[in-house]
Write a protein that binds this ligand. Structure first.
Ligand SMILES: [Zn+2]
Ligand SMILES: [Zn+2]
Length: 99
């Protein structure tokens, strides 16, 4: 699995979300050294659920193209309303320790 970081999703624009690196041209289509974008996990899943690697490589290989694709526009509107905290699991252990 690719490295994950917390920050801004370049697709939906939400802050402080867990992100993964997305190859704008999939590696399978020769994009290993081409630009990547950091997308939150749901955005990344959505992109790959909607489009094949080939379609991404030929038609949707920029963030701008993705943002304006009609299939993603309504998804982005929806995900923007979702709180980022829902997706980042933080474990808080509240065990008391004896000193
Ligand atoms: Zn996102
Ligand atoms: Zn990807």
């Amino acid at each position: 699995m690719a490295k994950q970081t917390i920050g801004l999703c370049e697709l939906c624009g939400r802050q402080d979300v867990l992100r993964t690196e997305h190859h704008l041209t999939p590696k399978e289509e020769g994009g290993t050294w081409l630009p990547t974008a950091f997308l939150c996990i749901p955005c990344h899943k959505q992109v790959h659920a909607l489009y094949s690697n080939h379609e991404l490589a030929v038609r949707l290989n920029t963030l701008d193209a993705l943002r304006h694709d009609e299939k993603l526009v309504s998804y982005i509107k929806w995900i923007r309303k979702q709180p980022a905290s829902k997706l980042v699991k933080t474990k808080k252990s509240r065990q008391r320790r004896k000193k």
